[in-house]
Design a protein around this ligand. Structure first.
Ligand code: XMP
Length: 513
């Protein structure tokens, strides 16, 4: 590709993806590589700069990750963050030790003073909060380096050797808690690495379309469309590239949200592709009939999904390529290896085993979620599709506690729509990462008009999270909850009670089943 590259050398820190996202946000393409990548391979990639990430080890501990010291003779700018900073200092003859006192060991938000004559801090205020998380201390900085930032407890919060283009910070500029952190990364990229800023989704789209055409030739391409962001954007990109050589199979299991199936179908109307919507609601509902155990539901849905998809694939005949919507966080999480990692469980368990094809195409493999969304917009997908919140593969089946019927699905769809509608009207979407309604199997007594009711309770769930591994429940304003509750009880039959789930994950999970 014709854009510049920054390499993020991964020493196992917890914010590595965040560093990569920040760099990309600054308009510069970057890739995360394992710290064990041989120097020659790094050089062959011709990067314009390198960032050493943080990491959990101490540089002086036996077996701690190191770099080939020849990297410092390469003549390329390097920014070391936290462990990366200590590694740079250690490798270049400085001295790093365990902090002797609690005051030298810094965690959390720390008032930091910057030397704005240093290019890394150029144009920034002289003082700001930075996010520290280090137990080691640079007792002696290497020769040629000067101090570029300090805090009350620590004289060398940042070091630099501007003549060689080496910079190190003990704090984490990539996290939001560090004020002006992105500006520092931008300075590294533009002032120090002299980046051109040639990374944008618009240019990515053109290159990706060209590459897909080159790879696929006149071959037949198959894609399992779930309606989620990743598979939809992958489908739109491949549609743009090879048009009707692509067949999208959209298995509508009848467990989608209100109008979702039609919306997905409509979104692809503008491309001349083969769009196969398999309306399998009856099949899924009959298989799920009377089943109330959560794992059993998931298993049935997973198996049926594959069966239906396989049937369609057989009908289509031999395909050459199968498209998967794997995105960069999946790749990084599976170890930043360069080897082709095939995420076979991408919403549809184990597809590659069931479909006969020559090769997998993963056109989003190097993109972060926000980039995938932007690409979707650039391709002309509607906003409701690209900004869609995550939705589980088994759909509403795991949001109905107990057995599933068409009537219950219809109630839930309506309640869920009202909840989402009120959140949109209150402009609260940005403060929550996933929000939905759940149909509980709790029935309770209520009163409506003059009569007694004995109906179901709807539970509302909303979480705020960065990774879905842990999550906090969202503090939705009472007035909004009130409007949702009033509307659900008035507009959805057989619901006489609305509950709001105020449990975090852990101990609860995001979904109820
Ligand atoms: P839990 O309930 O495990 O959910 O806290 C975490 C995130 O994963 C989503 N989720 C799924 N996504 N297939 C999916 O594609 C599934 O079977 C599945 N189960 C949970 C859930 O919606 C949340 O975003």
């Amino acid at each position: 590709m014709s854009h510049q590259l920054v390499i993020i050398l991964d020493f196992g820190g917890q914010y590595n993806q965040l560093i990569a996202r920040r760099v990309r946000e600054c308009g510069v393409y970057c890739e995360v590589k394992p710290c064990t990548t041989p120097l020659e391979r790094l050089k062959a990639l011709e990067p314009i700069g390198i960032i050493f990430t943080g990491g959990p080890s101490s540089v002086y501990a036996p077996g701690s990750p190191q770099v080939d010291p020849a990297i410092f003779d390469w003549g390329i700018p390097i920014l070391g963050i936290c462990y990366g900073c200590q590694l740079m200092a250690h490798s270049l003859g400085g001295r790093v030790t365990a902090a002797q006192s609690d005051s030298a060991r810094e965690y959390g938000k720390t008032e930091t003073f910057y030397d704005t004559a240093c290019k890394l801090f150029q144009g920034l205020p002289e003082k700001g909060i930075s996010w520290m998380s280090h137990g080691d201390y640079m007792e002696r900085v290497p020769e040629g380096f000067s101090l570029a930032a300090h805090s009350e407890a620590c004289p060398n919060v940042a070091i630099c050797d501007e003549s060689r283009g080496f910079y190190g910070v003990q704090f984490h500029p990539e996290v939001n808690h560090t004020e002006m952190g992105t500006a520092m990364i931008r300075n590294f990229l533009y002032e120090i690495c002299k980046a051109a800023g040639d990374w944008s989704m618009e240019s990515y789209k053109d290159t990706a379309v060209r590459r897909i055409r080159e790879k696929v030739g006149s071959g037949k391409v198959l894609l399992a469309l779930s309606g989620g962001v990743d598979s939809s954007v992958a489908a739109a990109l491949v549609a743009e590239a090879v048009g009707n050589q692509l067949t999208c199979v959209f298995v509508d299991h009848g467990l989608m949200r209100l109008h979702e199936g039609d919306e997905v179908e409509q979104a692809f109307g503008k491309w001349d592709i083969n769009f196969v919507r398999v309306n399998a609601e009856e099949l899924f509902l009959s298989k799920l009939s009377g089943v109330s155990e959560p794992e059993a539901k998931r298993k049935i849905i997973g198996e049926e999904f594959i069966r239906v998809f396989e049937q369609e694939a057989k009908r289509i005949g031999q395909v050459d390529y199968l498209v998967q919507g794997t995105i960069y966080p999946d790749v990084i999480e599976s170890g930043t290896g360069d080897a082709a990692v095939i995420k076979s469980h991408h919403n549809v368990g184990g597809l590659p085993d069931y479909v006969d094809f020559k090769e997998i195409v993963e056109p989003l493999r190097m993109l972060f979620k926000d980039e995938v969304r932007q690409l979707g917009r650039d391709l002309g997908l509607p906003e409701y599709l690209v900004s869609r919140q995550p939705f589980p593969g088994p759909g509403l089946a795991i949001r109905i506690i107990g057995d599933i019927t068409k009537e219950k699905l219809d109630l839930l769809r309506l309640a869920d729509f009202i909840f989402r509608d009120e959140i949109a009207k209150a402009h609260l979407e940005g403060s929550m990462d996933q929000y939905f309604a759940v149909l509980t199997n709790l029935r309770s007594v209520g009163v409506m008009g003059d009569g007694r009711t004995y109906d179901y309770a709807i539970a509302l769930r909303s979480v705020t999270t960065s990774d879905f591994m842990t999550a906090d429940w969202t503090r939705i304003p009472y007035e909004v909850l009130d409007r949702v509750s009033v509307r659900i009880v008035n507009e959805v039959p057989h619901i006489n009670r609305v509950l709001y789930d105020i449990t975090s994950k852990p101990p609860a999970t995001v979904e109820f089943e």
